[in-house]
Design a protein around this ligand. Structure first.
Ligand SMILES: Nc1ncnc2c1ncn2[C@@H]1O[C@H](COP(=O)(O)OP(=O)(O)OP(=O)(O)O)[C@@H](O)[C@H]1O
Ligand SMILES: [Mg+2]
Length: 401
């Protein structure tokens, strides 16, 4: 398979001989052993996926572990991972199968003499064409079929995990092609017939919600919204990654990241970014999470200039709710190494320009003027569903109803 989108990946753990999960706890602990920490909903969904022979559709913001779930599922069940990475303009020849034109040509060249014999005594051109077409099935047979990931998953003699990644990027036509596979575990090839799965694959689809998926596709799948994790689970994930960051700092870092997710950012920091930030701070040998240190390394987790600007302003008040508030604001065009002592959280912003926010410094100072300013802030309670809210509001290409 030469096309990058058709690349099949293999992640087989030879020690993992048990293909199914005994129960939800079994699923949870085997994923944990593979370095993927689930919560109850996730463990239940994975268990059901293995028992109901139904694909699972994971939706959620970037970096919350959707793709990793499929990779880990392959690892813990000892199945080969076959991945279809979806993109705009992708057609079924890259997803299902295509006829190997080069091989067909080669065979016709080699068999030229034989073909000549078939039409040798044909009286007319029409008769010659008729005779050739009677041989169609020779050239449109499995021998000349180049399987792409979906057909490969169906025809694999060993059970596999099929990951259909970022299905929302594919066109609706390809989404329609998927329906037969997802409900019947089969693919119809007009020239050959219907190819049924020898062993049922575990199918995982992921979506970042760049457009609405069809109801038909959703109906065929178990659906799970993967949100940013609860603080405790995120901390556990950080611990499990051996980032080298001290426990107390990791606790604070998770709080800070959760605070950033409450801002109206174009791209909220994900789990992978929390991990990156923890590693960065550990490499720098940071002993205390000061506003300066966080601001200087903020570009590890915040990737848009407007977001950086907003986060810079919010950081000091996250570190210390009574942080000094300067009279004039730095609007942060310089990607913020060493600056960013803005007036604190600006949760109220909602414009996209990044230059629309002239906060009332006095009001903010008054709000921050509380006792105990150097005692460290109390943990800021962050409501659940951070990703779900921003995720839902970002759905770009809505399906017409
Ligand atoms: N539950 C988890 N346990 C352990 N690590 C996790 C977990 N969730 C996410 N991660 C970490 O976050 C990284 C990013 O996850 P992943 O690439 O699967 O995100 P994604 O949801 O597919 O993002 P995108 O939509 O951008 O493709 C993983 O490589 C892994 O290190
Ligand atoms: Mg992914």
């Amino acid at each position: 398979m030469t096309e990058p989108e058709a690349a099949a990946e293999t992640t087989v753990d030879p020690a993992a001989t048990r293909h199914e999960f005994e129960d939800i706890d079994d699923a949870r602990s085997r994923f944990r052993d593979a370095g993927y920490l689930t919560d109850d909903r996730l463990a239940t969904t994975v268990f059901l996926l293995s028992r109901l022979d139904k694909p699972v559709l994971l939706e959620g913001p970037a970096g919350v572990g959707k793709t990793q779930l499929a990779t880990s599922l392959a690892a813990v069940t000892g199945r080969r991972l076959i991945r279809l990475q979806c993109y705009e303009g992708q057609d079924e020849t890259k997803a299902l199968y295509e006829w190997d034109y080069g091989k067909q040509m080669l065979y016709t060249q080699i068999l030229r003499e034989k073909i000549g014999q078939v039409i040798e005594d044909a009286a007319t051109l029409t008769e010659a064409v008729d005779r050739i077409s009677q041989q169609d099935s020779v050239f449109f047979s499995e021998r000349f079929l180049a399987a792409r990931p979906l057909l490969e998953a169906i025809t694999s003699p060993e059970p596999v995990v099929l990951l259909i990644d970022e299905v929302d990027r594919a066109d609706e036509a390809l989404e329609a092609v998927l329906l037969e596979l997802l409900s019947e575990f089969q693919i119809s090839i007009p020239e050959i017939g219907t190819v049924k799965a020898t062993t049922l694959p575990y199918v995982v689809l992921t979506s970042n919600n760049t457009r609405d998926l069809s109801a038909a596709l959703k109906r065929r799948c178990l659906h799970l919204f993967l949100d940013y994790p609860e603080a405790e689970r995120e901390l556990e994930i950080i611990r499990s990654k051996d980032t080298g960051l001290a426990e107390a700092l990791a606790v604070r870092l998770v709080e800070i990241v959760r605070g950033l997710r409450e801002l109206d950012l174009r791209k909220s920091p994900s789990i992978s970014e929390t991990i990156d930030w923890a590693r960065t701070l550990a490499v720098l040998g940071v002993k205390e999470l000061t506003a300066d240190v966080l601001s200087q390394t903020l570009n590890v987790v915040v990737k848009y200039e407007r977001d950086l600007d907003r986060a810079m302003k919010a950081i000091p008040s996250m570190v210390d709710p009574n942080a000094d508030v300067p009279d004039s604001l730095d609007h942060g065009h310089g990607h913020g190494h060493g600056h960013g002592h803005g007036p604190g959280s600006d949760h109220s912003h909602d414009s996209g320009s990044g230059h629309d926010d002239e906060p009332d410094g006095r009001a903010i100072r008054a709000a921050k003027d509380q006792p105990g300013r150097h005692g460290g802030p109390p943990p800021k309670p962050v409501p659940a569903g951070q990703g779900e809210r921003s995720f839902a509001s970002r759905s770009a290409r809505k399906r017409p109803v």
